[in-house]
Design a protein around this ligand. Structure first.
Ligand code: PA5
Length: 446
């Protein structure tokens, strides 16, 4: 089965004992078996494992909806937060030409409570026609609910209530939740997020696919990439060839040796939101029960001029996972200059990717010598197919890794704490005692 992705973990050998890695590989392999058998913690949320088998045949309805929305307005506001936002943002940022005027523009809302952000968004929307795609599995998350309320009012004022419903699409639970009920009563077109797929594992549902199609990208290629990675990892049962097992084992062995922060690194600015997606996936899946690797990210060479100093010489608890991109999508050569006033004539005629790769190789050696273990995940290029491979690989490795760590990688009980306090402080009925307790604390702090 086609697999464009490879994982290199050899360089961590000088930071750990090989027998520890071997033992962790066995644990990761057992975790994969448990995951597939449906016998692990959070088993009711492992439907994403099998999405690639279905999705390749189910993109038609998404394509049709995207074509309808694209034909009726030049802009779509995608409303969502966390797993209902980051996959779409990661994909479209990775694939869009950053400077081109998009044929159909996506803007995002529902991921912030900033008044200024929303005011600026409404000002922009005053001057354009637009659709809204509102995404919330629970249908009750505060941030997207507030944004959707604001946007719905704006759209109603623009179009009038009867026309408005054709410009709104809801992606939510099949049966429950405020958004489900509202969509049913107002008659919005809807897509379902399956019960057994949690937000951060939902990129191969309409949550990721509809925004991707709206932005004009090839969702079938993305689904094929995911499917090929799923099949290739299934075939590679053996720990020596199973890249998800290898990555999960490597990072857990490092964690056991005190390397408690993992930095995801790429040398492509278009992958900044891919790293945000990855951080949410790993942070929310593993950070619980007072355990878990802290996921961080940087973009090089940009951040070699900011975080590079800390990584090279700061506290030694870091390891890196570098996303290496083999080929660029475009070709550009460093020009020659007769006077060589800037002294970089020795680079003239080289492709920028060659320079970028040399920066990557040099940095890798420097960081290893500075005490930072490096894992490398190599991808052929940035396109829909390869991103599909990468995202499925990271999802599967995350689930395995969570089981190796001994946590439920599919829940997020800690996210509730801030919500409870926010609701209490805002005066939600039923939260009176909690409000009094919090206000006392605020008063005591002055
Ligand atoms: O991964 C998750 O489950 C979360 O990040 C959710 O996606 C996020 O909290 C948004 O939830 P919902 O889709 O219910 O609005």
């Amino acid at each position: 089965m086609k697999n464009n992705l490879s994982v290199r973990i050899e360089s961590i050998g000088s930071f750990i004992h090989s027998d520890e890695l071997t033992a962790c590989m066995e644990s990761a392999k057992a975790s994969l078996i448990t995951l597939r058998a449906g016998k692990g913690r959070g088993n009711e949320f492992t439907g994403w494992l099998y999405l690639p088998d279905q999705a390749v045949n189910e993109t038609g309805k998404v394509q049709a909806c995207a074509a309808r929305l694209r034909s009726q307005a030049p802009v779509t506001v995608v409303v969502g937060i966390g797993g209902s936002y980051l996959g779409a943002r990661a994909l479209t940022d990775a694939l869009n030409d950053p400077f081109a005027r998009q044929e159909h523009r996506l803007v995002f809302a529902g991921h912030t409570l900033s008044e200024d952000y929303h005011a600026a968004l409404l000002k922009y929307l005053d001057s354009t026609s637009y659709n809204i795609v509102v995404i919330s599995k629970s249908g009750t998350t505060t941030e997207p609910a507030i944004a959707f309320r604001i946007l719905r009012d704006h759209l109603r004022n623009k179009l009038g209530a009867p026309a408005m419903k054709n410009y709104i699409v809801a992606i939510t639970d099949a049966r429950r939740g405020a958004l489900h009920d509202l969509a049913a009563s107002e008659g919005y077109e809807t897509f379902v997020i399956p019960d057994d797929v949690g937000g951060r594992y939902s990129v191969l549902t309409p949550v990721g696919l509809l925004p991707l199609a709206l932005a004009g990208h090839d969702i079938d290629a993305f689904a094929s990439g995911m499917r090929d990675m799923a099949l290739s990892i299934r075939e590679g049962n053996d720990t020596a060839t199973n890249i998800a097992v290898a990555y999960a084992a490597a990072r857990n062995t490092l964690y056991d040796n005190g390397y408690s922060t993992e930095i995801l690194i790429s040398y492509e600015p278009s992958l900044v939101y891919l790293a945000e997606w990855w951080k949410q996936l790993y942070g929310e899946s593993e950070g619980k029960e007072s355990k878990g690797i802290f996921p961080a990210s940087v973009t090089f060479t940009t951040d070699l001029h900011s975080m590079g100093q800390y990584i090279q010489q700061g506290e030694r608890k870091l390891f890196e996972t570098v996303i290496h991109i083999e080929e660029p999508r475009h070709m550009l050569v460093v020009p020659g200059a007769a006077d060589d006033a800037d002294g970089i004539g020795f680079i003239a005629g080289k492709k920028l990717t060659e320079v970028n790769h040399k920066a990557e190789e040099g940095t890798r050696i420097a960081h290893i010598e500075g005490g930072v273990p490096v894992i490398t995940v190599s991808l052929a290029r940035i396109d829909e197919y390869n991103l599909g491979q990468l995202m499925y690989f990271f999802e599967l490795a995350c689930a395995i890794s969570g089981y190796v760590l001994g946590v439920n990688p599919f829940d997020q009980p800690g996210v509730e704490s801030y919500k409870k306090n926010m609701f209490a402080l805002l005066g939600k009925p039923g939260f009176e005692a909690e409000r009094e307790r919090l206000e006392q604390q605020l008063r005591a702090r002055g």
